[in-house]
Design a protein. Structure first.
Length: 558
């Protein structure tokens, strides 16, 4: 094996700091692009921690699907995936329910959903162990556990990282470095990149416990329970109703210590919020943390990038943190690979910040607004429930207030409807996704039959190259290192109307980036020329080379 110093810059691995979900997805995506990476994770290994994220949204799951990982197996890991995708608002978990809000639009027929991958409630440690298994099988990824990033130096053609390993500190060369090392990122600090926004929204404590609450839940399953009783306020997250729960009490002091929350106190708080003194509870972790709403001022300094929580810290109200981080990795991986392959100009990498930072700002604002609105709900509940059972008029006021929180849980527009710029745009309605073929938008999904299989239009896309989607086999166009030609069946093959079908039937074409976002759209057959396609590719810094041998996909190969 070549020593790292004898390799050319393009042969050097990408150094990924942080073996959390974003770092692991980053490494897997780079491997899919044929690029080697080394992941440095300071923990030996990252021991099972309190579960944090649980809602994997459709876009994250679409990215996993594109990565070729078995999303069906992930769904099997999620206990009670059939349980209601909703949040309930109650006095206590066993008390009176005031209402519930859906995480998926209940009016939407599953067959007509805008995604092949509906939302999944999967505890973060389970997701991470699944990703680690994929990484261990990936020949191009090396995971170094117990290796901590301490600093780096930039060279003209690479970066040298200082890593503290189990037997001492060493230096290692890489082509580029990605800091996916979480909210208190050492990479970000080393680069001197400041955060913008609100550093301290409110102190929080996560109490991770094990209990079988199926009897208490009964016929009221949910992902989240908001407990409004003034003496026991807080939120339950149901990772696994029969075993794994988190309780985050609403009322915690500005300053506190883990010692202020001995296990016995935590058990009492949980029992009060359950409204049931008899439940057996085992406390697993008690983690104090500060809720922040911040985005990094810059996503890049020279050959180093930030991704995930290293680049943005959201309140968890909205479930955007991990999901946004996975999209960061998805946006960056194909660009890094194309630059390393010498297929694209290095200027392509500038678009990572200009495309992803605005999305993080949108999601920060929504998460913060959700968190702030809850203050009003809890204040009203305190008034209404001060004397025990509320009268009907007060109860109606509380139920009416819940309507203002609908967009906290329903955010399909934000999950799927952002479009890359310039300028990057948010959806018209954060709750609803509007399919679009506009440049920058995610190419819309529809189910169709091809080669005897039921597939999504998203499955038609090439993962390494731009895909040119056409209605008929082209004469004048050729595949190349940057361009895949995809002939899409006519509307008769589709189970549901697809926005692009009329365009393709009329001889138009859709050029889609390797990350599934539309690069260009031509309504007119005469406009679909090698020159026009070359110009569209050149806008991303890619060579216009469309003259290689044609390889038309005869049928879908899974
Ligand atoms: C209660 C709660 C609920 C949440 N719910 C959701 C949800 O439903 N959906 C959602 O999308 N998000 C949710 N989140 C947010 C989500 O947990 C985070 O956004 C996610 O963990 C970020 O992943 P990451 O890989 O960027 O960072 P992390 O998960 O923090 O991983 C970073 C890794 O880097 C390692 N590291 C740190 N420093 C170094 C170093 N110097 N050298 C080497 N390694 C280092 C760390 O050990 C860690 O393993 C929730 C958060 C909380 C607290």
């Amino acid at each position: 094996m070549m020593s790292s110093t004898s390799m050319t810059a393009a042969e050097q691995p990408v150094l990924v700091v942080g073996g959390g979900p974003v770092g692991l997805v980053m490494a897997l995506l780079l491997a899919q692009h044929g690029r080697r990476s080394i992941v440095f994770e300071r923990r030996p290994p990252r021991e099972s921690s309190a579960p944090k994220a649980h809602v994997l949204n459709p876009r994250s799951l679409e990215i996993c699907r594109a990565l070729g990982v078995d999303v069906t197996a992930m769904r099997r890991m999620a206990p009670h995936a059939d349980h209601a995708n909703c949040a309930r608002f109650m006095t206590t978990l066993t008390g009176t329910e005031f209402g519930r809000l859906p995480l998926v639009d209940p009016a939407q027929q599953p067959a007509l959903a805008p995604t092949p991958e509906p939302l999944l409630n999967l505890a973060q440690p389970l997701f991470e162990s699944f990703l680690r298994e994929q990484v261990q099988r990936a020949a191009l990824v090396e995971l170094r556990l117990g290796h901590r990033f301490v600093g780096c130096t930039e060279r003209s053609d690479g970066v040298v990282a200082d890593i503290e390993g189990p037997v001492g500190t060493y230096r290692i060369d890489g082509a580029w470095l990605v800091g996916a090392d979480g909210a208190n990122s050492a990479v970000r600090e080393h680069l001197g990149i400041a955060m913008e926004g609100v550093p301290a929204v409110r102190p929080r404590i996560t109490i991770h416990f094990e209990a079988d609450l199926s009897a208490q839940v009964g016929d009221r399953p949910a992902i989240l329970y908001w407990v409004l009783d003034p003496s026991a306020r807080g939120t339950f997250i149901a990772y696994d109703i029969r075993r794994t729960w988190v309780f985050t009490p609403r009322d915690v002091p500005e300053c506190f210590d883990r010692a202020d929350y001995p296990d016995a106190r935590c058990v009492d708080m949980i029992r009060a919020a359950l409204g049931d003194d008899s439940v057996e509870i085992t406390i697993r972790h008690v983690v104090p943390w500060m809720m922040a709403a911040q985005v990094a001022q810059a996503y890049r300094a020279g050959r180093c990038f930030l991704a995930g929580d290293a680049a943005h810290r959201f309140p968890p109200t909205g479930g955007f943190g991990l999901n946004t981080g996975i999209q960061d990795a998805h946006n960056l991986a194909w660009k890094l690979a194309a630059v390393l392959d010498g297929r694209a100009d290095v200027a392509l990498l500038d678009s990572y910040e200009s495309e992803r930072q605005p999305v993080a700002r949108l999601n920060t604002d929504r998460s913060l607004a959700n968190a702030q609105k809850l203050t009003g709900l809890f204040a009203l509940a305190e008034e209404v429930l001060a004397d025990g059972a509320p009268d009907p008029a007060q109860q109606d006021a509380l139920v009416a207030e819940l309507e203002h929180h609908r967009e906290h849980f329903l955010s399909e527009g934000l999950q799927l409807g952002f479009a890359y710029g310039p300028p990057t745009r948010g959806p018209a309605d954060p709750m609803r996704y509007e399919p679009s073929l506009a440049p920058g938008a995610r190419m819309p999904h529809a189910w169709l039959a091809l080669g005897g299989q039921r597939i999504s239009t998203l499955d038609l896309l090439d993962r390494q190259r731009f895909s040119l989607l056409l209605g008929t086999a082209p004469h004048a166009l050729r595949e190349s290192a940057n361009l895949a030609l995809v002939v899409v069946p006519g509307a008769a093959a589709f189970e549901q109307p697809w926005l692009a079908s009329p365009l393709l039937a009329a001889g138009g074409a859709l050029l889609v980036r390797p990350d599934g976002h539309v690069a260009a759209c031509w309504a007119d057959a005469a406009a679909v020329t090698p020159e026009a396609i070359g110009q569209a590719l050149a806008r991303f810094g890619f060579a216009a080379d469309t003259a290689a041998t044609p390889v038309l996909p005869a049928e879908f190969v899974p």
